[in-house]
Design a protein around this ligand. Structure first.
Ligand SMILES: *Cc1c(COP(=O)(O)O)cnc(C)c1O
Length: 362
């Protein structure tokens, strides 16, 4: 018997989610963002399933792209931050990687390189995120220099990134889109703006390429806020474990490190073998929901490295070996992330090596 905590991966759910992305943006090509080990799901496993269903993939750096190439992924792969030094351009040319150009230094490297093959470039415009991208007023000049550069295949795809597309009540995304329209109108270029929340909630952002990441893993980028398209997603990862001990505690007894939870009535506590060493957030406080035998019960006491304790007083006959779900099927990761003071993106992406990834639905 091995330790029951594992991340089960549902590839049928992944196929469902990527089909939904394509259905919602029927006139756009789909670039699957598989950076950070496919947000903790395992980049190679996910990319193999995605490759026949998408037009390209994207990662954060050359190392992530090379891992996919070494695993036999042939789709074009965009380096979302571009290259970090000029030598990476040669590797990009050899490996059919696409590169983002988002500042004067990267443009300079591109113009000075002597590449065996020209590259497909993406020019990133800063429409308000103020993290990467060129100033809107200089976009045309960059565009023309890249289009005319012998190391570029021709016109770059022009892209931007949203700061707040997950907040549908705010007008930030509309303002970014208006600026993007204004800047790109004279360029006659292919365009790309939508991340997952853009794809799901902002049809005007779809353009020629959509760039979904998080939604592919079946979780809503809107957190626990209701959004009709996001409600159709199916979680790919279910973090599972099992009860390994059950005990009665008296009123006034405390549970776990620091005695942070104290029984206000005679209570039954189930100990589950999963902890922050397995990716469950230590900042999840008393009351965070846990599914025991498919029913919600509140976390009681501090999260340890290898274990958590759950108040199962209101559940029937919980016993050693009973199945537990920490997030995924039946319990959206946002419901755990929010009380832990973070977002589902972080919980999934931080999943440690220790936790086995097991494909359960091929
Ligand atoms: C990570 C990233 C995406 C994907 O964002 P999601 O919200 O996960 O869909 C898209 N574009 C860029 C530039 C990114 O860095």
């Amino acid at each position: 018997m091995s330790r029951p905590s594992q991340a089960r991966l549902d590839l049928a759910a992944l196929r469902h989610n990527v089909a939904l992305a394509a259905e919602l943006a029927p006139n756009a090509k789909v670039m699957a963002v598989v950076k950070a080990n496919a947000y903790g799901h395992g980049a190679v496993t996910m990319a193999r399933e995605l490759e026949p269903r998408v037009d390209a993939m994207a990662v954060a750096c050359l190392e992530e792209a090379l891992e996919l190439r070494e695993s036999g992924i042939h789709a074009p792969i965009l380096l979302l931050e571009g290259v970090f030094e000029p030598a990476e351009l040669e590797v990009a040319a050899r490996e059919n990687l696409w590169v983002t150009v988002d500042n004067a230094v990267q443009l300079d490297w591109l113009e000075r390189a002597r590449l065996a093959k020209p590259l497909q470039c993406w020019l990133k415009i800063d429409t308000g995120m103020h993290r990467l991208g060129v100033e809107p007023a200089r976009a045309q000049a960059y565009f023309e220099r890249i289009a005319g550069c012998s190391n570029s295949v021709g016109k770059p795809v022009v892209s931007t990134h949203f700061s707040s597309a997950d907040e549908t009540e705010r007008d930030t995304t509309q303002r970014q889109l208006a600026l993007f329209e204004q800047v790109t109108a004279p360029l006659a270029a292919l365009r790309s703006a939508a991340n997952s929340p853009g794809l799901l909630a902002w049809p005007a952002s779809h353009y020629d390429w959509v760039r979904p990441g998080y939604m592919l893993w079946g979780n809503s980028p809107f957190g626990s806020a209701l959004q009709a398209n996001a409600a159709r997603l199916r979680p790919v990862m279910t973090l599972c474990s099992a009860v390994i001990s059950v005990r009665e505690v008296a009123t006034g007894d405390s549970v776990g490190y620091g005695e942070s939870w104290t029984a206000s009535r005679p209570s039954r506590i189930a100990t589950v073998t999963v902890g922050y060493g397995d990716g469950y957030p230590r900042t999840a406080g008393n009351g965070t929901p846990v599914l025991v035998n498919g029913r919600r019960a509140p976390l009681a006491g501090r999260v340890s490295m290898d274990m958590i304790t759950v108040d199962v007083t209101d559940l029937e006959a919980v016993k050693v070996g009973d199945p537990v779900v920490l997030w995924g099927e039946g319990l959206p990761v946002a419901d755990v992330a929010e009380p832990a003071g973070t977002i589902g993106y972080e919980l999934l992406t931080r999943m440690p090596q220790r936790c086995p990834r097991v494909v359960v639905s091929a």
